[in-house]
Ligand binder design. Structure first.
Ligand code: ATP
Ligand code: PRP
Length: 213
């Protein structure tokens, strides 16, 4: 049995064509079904539907042999117990520092609101800049508007969310896309089945990249 951990919404939607090319077709849609374990056309492959930030944890503990998750999530988790054999090239965006267009000159440490505490800490440490980090769980764009923070670190794709809130992108931290992750023990114990699926997904990514968007 192989279990693939995915989050519903964007990653599930963008993953479906790749899984289909690799021969895995789920029997249900998590946006309409309340089921958390989805059967597929292959009796020995199931999809486990969980929150995006929980995917590395499920795979690390072997509760799922494989998972699909954003590089942003992996950078926060640290990747312990995981192989990252494939960049799936889906859910592409950028991790960025953003803030108001005209920021006041500060005489204290910058205060940064983010759910990406580890990545933010590493980024500013590498710059040698002391900052105060405020952990949030979402809607980061609000923080500078109400005086909670001077800047945010968040994902940016079209930039529409920043613009709608009067913010601008300021510094690029990392390019983000979704990765296939594999439990290290499962890679050994279930090598034939896991590597067959990894290879099939690798071919699917290459085929999809050849096609016009
Ligand atoms: P949850 O819904 O559990 O709070 P979430 O809001 O992070 O989690 P999604 O918005 O579905 O869940 O994001 C899942 C992943 O998709 C992110 O970790 C990131 O890798 C990627 N992603 C997020 N926002 C964008 C975006 N605007 N464009 C492209 N990819 C994105
Ligand atoms: C993500 C991210 C940004 C937005 C950026 O939010 O947290 O707010 O996308 O995309 P843009 O640059 O194209 O506007 P998402 O749409 O996933 O909403 P959620 O995190 O609140 O679910």
């Amino acid at each position: 049995m192989l279990r693939i951990a995915v989050s519903k919404g964007r990653i599930f939607r963008e993953c479906i064509p790749l899984l289909a090319r690799a021969g895995v077709v789920p029997r249900d849609d998590p946006d309409t079904s309340r089921k958390l374990i989805l059967d597929t056309n292959q009796a020995d492959v199931k999809l486990v539907i969980i929150r995006a930030a929980d995917v590395p944890t499920y795979v690390q503990y072997g509760a799922a042999e494989l998972g699909v998750t954003g590089k942003d999530v992996l950078m926060e988790h640290g990747g312990e117990g995981l192989y990252e054999p494939l960049d799936l090239g889906i859910a592409r965006c950028r991790l960025m520092v953003a803030g108001p267009r005209r920021a006041a000159r500060l005489h204290r440490r910058l205060r940064i609101a983010t759910k990406y505490v580890q990545s933010t800490r590493r980024y500013y440490a590498a710059l040698g800049q002391q900052v105060e980090i405020v952990k949030l769980y979402g809607s980061m764009e609000l923080a500078p508007l109400v005086g909670l923070a001077d800047r945010i670190v968040d994902l940016v794709d079209t930039g529409n969310t920043l613009r709608a809130n009067g913010l601008v992108p300021l510094e690029h931290i990392a390019d983000i896309s979704s990765r296939l992750v594999v439990n290290k023990a499962a890679m050994k114990m279930k090598h034939a089945a896991v590597s067959a699926l990894v290879d099939a997904l690798g071919r699917a990514v290459e085929e999809q990249a050849q096609e016009p968007a």
